[in-house]
Design a protein around this ligand. Structure first.
Ligand code: NAD
Length: 333
């Protein structure tokens, strides 16, 4: 198997590559990533010398290179995206260009060369689940912010290409991921790093927003299983059924680090903020046999330990002001 991974230098894409090579050392992976915010080639240091791995610093919007690379592989897996909701609220354009137009470029190439296209989407496309049952793959798509609207647009494009052109496509919709190598502006690493530095930890609104969390290695194993066993044309929800409020997560991390709850600082809520995300992943469990292997508390303490032991990975990221140009990232010192 030879796979073109787009966005493989990011948090989830790099976990996918590391995990995939553990399971299939003789397969080949081409990683294409334009190295925007959130990416970091340090995430892939352990496989850098692997002769079955190659890296291209390129954009998924580059039609020519995408066409050429797609023709040489069996499968394309697309992680590449602008992925931070707050950034999408202040400047939606790059989200539309990469998440929608970029997906179109990839679809065209996969169609032309008749390749399996695995598209990595998010539970956020279903919108707010407050007072509702968990969303299934048949639920209405109802995104609430520019980020999720662009992801939903891409999902629709994938579904339409599959139906119109009879393509081999699979879409995954996963809940919030956490684990090693996650960029410091996301809730869990931000909390760990700021708590370690005794800095205030900003929480939107009352902090009671509920998210469902999955350890990144459970997510990437699900994607790998779908490459081999997924049914073309289907969408698959992926969750580890860990619904927990933002404030409870922050409190758990503070407890693990032995820090005071006084570090929490409530800030003005995000506009359009969804109160709860909740999905049902019975389909992937029943059809493919995938299920999460990691308990939430165990994976959270492993993640806290990883950030404690890998200060050299995150310190340059929080020190680089160009990576945090907006006020929401606050000061890291
Ligand atoms: P990330 O920001 O860490 O990684 C995204 C990667 O895509 C980066 O390496 C970036 O450089 C690359 N990229 C961005 N624009 C590109 C372009 N135009 N061309 C080539 N590469 C480009 O994000 P992540 O958290 O690893 O998320 C990966 C995917 O998973 C995204 O599609 C996201 O929507 C989805 N997802 C994320 C979560 C989560 O909790 N993080 C949950 C569900 C789904």
């Amino acid at each position: 198997m030879k796979i073109l991974v787009c966005g493989g230098a990011g948090f989830i894409g790099s976990a996918f590559i590391r995990n995939y090579f553990k399971n299939h050392p003789n397969d080949e992976i081409i990683n294409l990533d334009s190295l925007t915010i959130g990416s970091n080639l340090e995430n892939l240091k352990e496989i850098d010398k692997n002769e079955n791995y190659s890296f291209f610093k390129e954009d998924i919007k580059n039609e020519k290179i995408i066409d050429k690379l797609t023709s040489s592989v069996d499968t394309v897996v697309n992680f590449a995206a602008e992925s931070h909701v707050d950034r999408s609220i202040s400047n939606p354009e790059p989200f539309i260009m990469t998440n929608v137009y970029g997906t179109y470029i990839l679809l065209e190439a996969a169609k032309k060369h008749d390749k399996l296209f695995v598209h990595i989407s998010t539970d956020e496309v279903y919108g707010d689940a407050e007072n509702l049952d968990s969303f299934t793959e048949e639920s209405l798509i109802k995104p609430s912010n520019p980020y999720s609207a662009t992801k939903a647009s891409a999902d629709h494009l994938v579904a339409a290409y599959q139906r119109t052109y009879n393509m081999k496509c699979i879409t995954t919709r996963c809940t919030n991921n956490f684990g090693p190598f996650q960029f410091p502006e996301k809730l869990i690493p931000k909390t760990i790093i700021r708590a370690k530095k005794d800095l205030k930890i900003p929480l939107y609104g009352d902090g009671e927003q509920i998210r469902s969390w999955i350890y990144v290695y459970d997510h990437v194993q699900a994607i790998e299983d779908l490459i081999f066993k997924g049914i073309f044309g289907k969408q698959y929800n992926i969750t580890a059924w860990n619904e927990i409020s933002n404030i409870k997560i922050v409190e758990k991390i503070l407890e693990l680090l032995g820090k005071s709850r006084d570090l929490i600082e409530f800030v003005k809520d995000r506009p359009g903020h969804d109160k709860r995300y909740s999905i049902d992943s019975s389909k992937i469990q029943n059809e493919i046999g995938w299920k999460p292997r990691y308990g939430f508390d165990e994976a959270l303490s492993e993640t806290v330990e990883w950030y404690e032991e890998n200060q050299t990975w995150w310190e340059p990221l929080v020190d680089d002001k160009s990576l945090h140009p907006q006020p929401w990232t606050l000061n890291w010192k």
